[in-house]
Structures are given as C-alpha cells and as structure tokens.
Design a protein around this ligand. Sequence first.
Ligand code: DAT
Length: 182
Amino acid sequence: MAILNVYSTFTIRMLNLSLTGTPGVGKTTLGKELAQRTGLTYVNIGDLAQEGQLYDGYDDEYQCPILDEDRVVDELDEKMVEGGMIVDYHGCDLFPERWFHIVFVLRTDNTQLYTRLESRGYTGKKLQDNVQCEIFQTIYEEAMEAYSEEIVHQLPSNTPEDLERNLEQIVQWTEQWMKDHN
Ligand code: DAT
C-alpha cells in the first residue's frame, strides 16, 4: 500500500492490470492480495455485474446470467481512464484495448483445476467445459488476439509458492512502471 502513496501528492499516471484466466485459476486470490500490496483498486467483474444487475438474459445451459458487456464497460470506463485498477474476469476481449497496460493470464494444471472447480460445486458439463477451456488455453489465445502480444504474460498458478512469486513479480513490475511513467 505504501508503495503508491508516495506519489499521491501530485498528479500521476496510474497503470491498469488485467488478471484473466479460466474460472478457478486464482485471479481473485491474487488480485485481492495484489491490491493490498500495491494500493491499486481491485475490481471483480462478476461482483460488479451482480451489484448493478448488468445482465442481458440468462444462459440455461450454464445456469448463469449473461453479462451485458456494454453496460459493464460503461460502468467502469471513467475509473479505468483515471487508472490504478486491477480487473479480474474470466475473459478479456470484451474490454477496450486502451484500458490495460499489462495482461496476466493465470494458468493451472488440469487436475488441480478440476479439484478446485469440483469443490466450488461445479459438476457435469460446466466442470468439463471449464477444464477444457484451460486445456485448450482459450483465454490465453483470446488475450493474445485482443491485446498487443508484448503486454500479455502467462503466470503459473498451481501452488502457494506460485502465488507468492507472482505477487512479488507484479509488485516489482508495478513499481518499475510507476517510476518509468512519472
Ligand atoms: P478465480 O478467481 O480465478 O476463479 P480463486 O482465486 O477463487 O480463482 O481461486 C480458486 C481456488 O484456488 C481457491 O480455493 C483458492 C485456490 N488458489 C488460488 N490460487 C492458488 C495457488 N496459487 N495455489 C493454490 N491454491 C490456489
């Protein structure tokens, strides 16, 4: 938190991070901890949509509401322009390219992901499809298509050691970005 407060007395450029990847890879865990360590603001798109009921219908197959992407983008745009945001969502190509300075795609081994999603209560097709999404690296490919390839980075997210390493790397990268741009 102290890291960014140093800059708070004058106008500064702030970066925005995307944390993306298949459900269960650890975006929320990493994003919340990262917010604590950097002072950046964590936003979970699923929560934001639920709070504002930013939905456009219901998906019977997956038994979940369908995100109204335009309203989500409108809702967040002002904050994104100000900067200093960490955005957590299991997709990334719905967001404007200009929003992000860096995109992290978290990756988890299939067996681990299976266990995590099962303990979250996922079963049947929903469980299988999500694990397949990870096997086929769907979100990584989506990120590589939607953003400049140099800003897209994969991070392993299997163990607590991975989590700590990812945190340290992103905190360092954030500090460096702030120095370079202010
Ligand atoms: P997501 O937000 O991507 O859906 P999550 O942060 O809710 O994922 O994490 C899913 C589960 O996995 C949760 O029980 C915490 C655990 N987890 C997250 N990152 C981990 C890591 N690096 N090592 C071990 N477990 C992790």
